[in-house]
Write a protein that binds this ligand. Sequence first.
Ligand code: THU
Length: 128
Amino acid sequence: VTDKDLIGLAREAKKNSYCPYSAFAVGAAIECEDGTVYTGTNVENKSFGATICAEAVALTSAVADGHRSFRRIAIISDDIQYCYPCGSCRQLLTEFSPDLEVLSCRSTDGYVSYRLRELLPKAFEYRS
Ligand code: THU
């Protein structure tokens, strides 16, 4: 899929956001190494810390289906600012694909592209 297609899927997923507390809807679409795409949206909770980000939903859905390697992720909100993954999601994504391409989008138009390594340099690592 093209960047535009992936962003369109993230935008679609955003419609299902459950965000009664922040009113900040986020959509994400992750492309696996084989081209399969999974989407996610943020799911909030009365216990705020239990909230799950859109990126985490997309990633864990893909992993649950057997995927372990990813090419790109598109992230979008309704805000005019570029939507970057939070620190925790950067760590989650790094576990599988440190070279992931991150497309951070604005609600109206435009996006910027980064490598995950740039967004989370010197990520936590150890020999397992
Ligand atoms: N959120 C995401 O889904 N992804 C991010 O990268 C940043 C934050 C969600 C969590 C919460 O539901 C809302 O945005 C406001 O923080």
